[in-house]
Write a protein that binds this ligand. Structure first.
Ligand code: 9YT
Length: 130
């Protein structure tokens, strides 16, 4: 087994600044678990357009509060500490952070760590065999 410590990830290339968020990648595709796990902080006062067309994501809020707006139905989903949302339909959404929101994010399929959000808030599938 392995143990991953957040303190060992911070400041490395597994610590990614996305502008509205920072994401510390704890488990990635290379770890062979079939999913990736990220400790992400969404910055207070930000709104982020996200549409993971190629990934399913569960997001467990462990600190802070904000809301998700799903764009297919313009429904507002308030989210706070101890609540999880699951993008089980690859839901296009806006994520608004009222305070800093610390999230544990799980992606299926796992991300490699080299993806960036494109203009549509999508992570493309990265072929890491290249
Ligand atoms: C909650 C969310 O999806 N935030 C965007 C960053 C993403 N979770 C990541 O790469 O960790």
């Amino acid at each position: 087994m392995k143990v991953v410590k957040l303190e060992d990830v911070i400041g490395t290339d597994m610590d990614v600044d996305g502008g509205n968020w920072v994401s510390r990648r704890l488990i990635l595709k290379k770890d062979g678990m079939g999913y990736s796990v990220h400790d992400t902080v969404i910055k207070a006062g930000t709104e982020t357009h996200i549409w993971y067309q190629n990934h399913l994501e569960s997001v467990y809020c462990i600190e802070g509060e904000g809301e998700v707006e799903t764009l297919s139905d313009n429904k507002i989903w308030p989210i706070k500490k101890d609540e999880l949302y699951a993008l089980d339909k690859n839901d296009e959404h806006l994520l608004r952070a009222k305070t800093d929101m610390r999230m544990v994010c799980v992606f299926n399929p796992p991300i490699t760590g080299r993806e960036v959000h494109d203009e549509n808030g999508v992570y493309q599938i990265v072929d890491d065999e290249e």
